[in-house]
Design a protein around this ligand. Structure first.
Ligand SMILES: [Zn+2]
Length: 471
């Protein structure tokens, strides 16, 4: 059935204007003034913004880590994402050394297929580069539609890859049209500092932050950026948390290197003192990179504003405080790393960014949706309000005030990282390919309705890849 969204203010990465949006067959078919209501269900968006659904480029749903598994799976995680105004997630598919990449991809398809309520794609972790991996990569890109690869420079003896692996991945990505993503922290030095801390009897959560100082992130970011320049390749630095890393990214971009940076809401609004909360509650804020001194927040906001950083991911990686985070009582290195962020990503950027005048409305849409679609081969199918694009749309009330709390959130996890935080603005209704997932703040979607997205190569659009847009 046709739907007509009336009376709203459309916001894209470039424009803000009043118009109606007609949706047919899951796509936006017409944008204009006073469109005919004939045969259409009318959705009133009076007083609301109408913007493209958020795209979260960084999630870990149902992911094994540190002997346990993240609480939110593709069902609860994508429901929470939708409540928060996100209509696409790109999740990290982990791989095991010595095993075919296809097997790992199948595992991720199995855990997502009947559960996701919104569309989703995968990034693929690269832990080693050898003949078998190089042989498989073209088909991963062309057949599986997975066009971004993650290399961990941290988590020694677990996920960490060496510099040769990173460099060879960059070279292969350049040749094949992939985007390399790095977790940029120096894992070897962290390993040394954490062992030293434990040997000295320093076991509390705050030592998670103290053993991973900003210099360690800055060093790894600079190293990855230099190797990218050498390879003539392309790099996306995930979860940038500090000034040291922002500076390395800005330097690389000034040299003309194709280097991009993502930050996350937690680094914009929380700081290192959270890890000092009593009764082991600091463990709720243990993730990597760690929270920083408050002075880094302004640097990150400015970097988003001036384009040194371009995107906002959640790094959703939720572990319950009870039982799971408690694995690290008496030894901070055993606290599962990660936090529950997926639901609040868009709202925090709007409330703390737009409402407080740090970024403008169009930058907000670019940072949480459009730029991500462009970098990860989803544009213009996703990431904008345009004729021919998927009708992934958020109807957003910019004035409602609310308080974030675990009591009202929709994630399965037992705490909120932003408990008690007041925000302005909330999604009222959210559509995925023209169908309501959230309607008047109620979930009306269904698990399994989300589709796996085969993405275009780096630098290409979905129209290059498949259909030209039919108008
Ligand atoms: Zn992550």
């Amino acid at each position: 059935m046709k739907k007509l969204i009336r009376n709203g203010t459309i916001v894209t990465a470039t424009d803000t204007y009043q118009a109606d949006v007609l949706i047919e067959n899951g796509k936006i078919s017409t944008i204009g003034q006073l469109l005919s209501e004939e045969g259409a269900e009318v959705v009133d968006a009076n007083g609301c913004y109408v913007f493209p659904g958020g795209i979260d480029p960084h999630t870990h749903l149902e992911m094994p880590f540190g002997g346990t598994i993240t609480v939110d799976d593709f069902e609860t995680g994508t429901i929470a994402a939708a409540f928060g105004g996100t209509t696409t997630v790109i999740d990290f598919c982990l791989t095991n050394k010595g095993e075919p990449l296809k097997n790992a991809i199948q595992v991720w398809h199995d855990k997502s297929k009947d559960k996701a309520v919104i569309d989703y794609g995968f990034h693929l972790m690269i832990g080693e580069v050898n003949d078998a991996v190089l042989e498989e990569l073209p088909s991963v890109i062309d057949d599986e539609g997975i066009t971004s690869f993650k290399v961990f420079m941290a988590y020694k003896n677990v996920l960490q890859a060496d510099d040769e692996t990173l460099f060879r991945t960059l070279v292969a990505a350049k040749e094949l049209g992939g985007l390399v993503m790095v977790h940029a922290e120096n894992g070897d030095v962290i390993d040394f500092l954490t062992k030293k801390a434990l040997a000295e009897g320093n076991t509390d959560p705050i030592y998670h932050a103290l053993t991973r100082p900003p210099e360690i992130e800055g060093e790894a970011t600079g190293r990855a950026a230099q190797l990218t320049g050498l390879a003539g390749s392309q790099l996306y630095v995930v979860h940038v948390s500090c000034a040291d890393a922002v500076e390395r990214i800005a330097e690389a971009r000034n040299k003309g290197f194709d280097v991009w940076g993502e930050t996350c809401p937690q680094y914009l609004v929380l700081d290192q003192t959270a890890l000092e909360k009593p009764d082991f509650e600091g463990a709720k804020y243990v993730w990597s990179p760690p929270l920083r001194d408050k002075s880094h927040q302004e640097v990150l906001w400015n970097a988003l504003k001036n384009g040194q950083l371009q995107t906002l991911g959640s790094d959703q990686c939720s572990f319950n405080f009870k039982v799971q985070k408690e694995l690290g009582r008496g030894d901070f290195t055993k606290i599962p790393n990660g936090g529950p962020i997926i639901e609040d990503r868009v709202s925090i950027l709007f409330s703390e960014g737009v409402k407080k005048g740090r970024i403008d409305l169009n930058q907000f849409v670019d940072i949480m949706s459009t730029r991500i679609a462009k970098l990860f081969g989803l544009f213009p199918q996703k990431g904008t309000i345009a004729v021919g694009s998927d009708a992934d749309i958020v109807i957003f009330d910019p004035n409602v005030e609310r308080t974030i709390s675990a009591e009202t959130h929709h994630m399965a996890v037992d705490y909120s990282a932003f408990e008690g935080m007041k925000v302005t603005g909330e999604p009222v209704s959210v559509l995925s390919r023209g169908e309501f997932v959230i309607r008047d703040k109620q979930f009306v979607g269904a698990p399994g309705k989300g589709q796996f997205l085969k993405r275009a190569k780096y630098g290409s659009t979905t129209s290059d890849k498949s259909q030209t847009l039919k108008i």
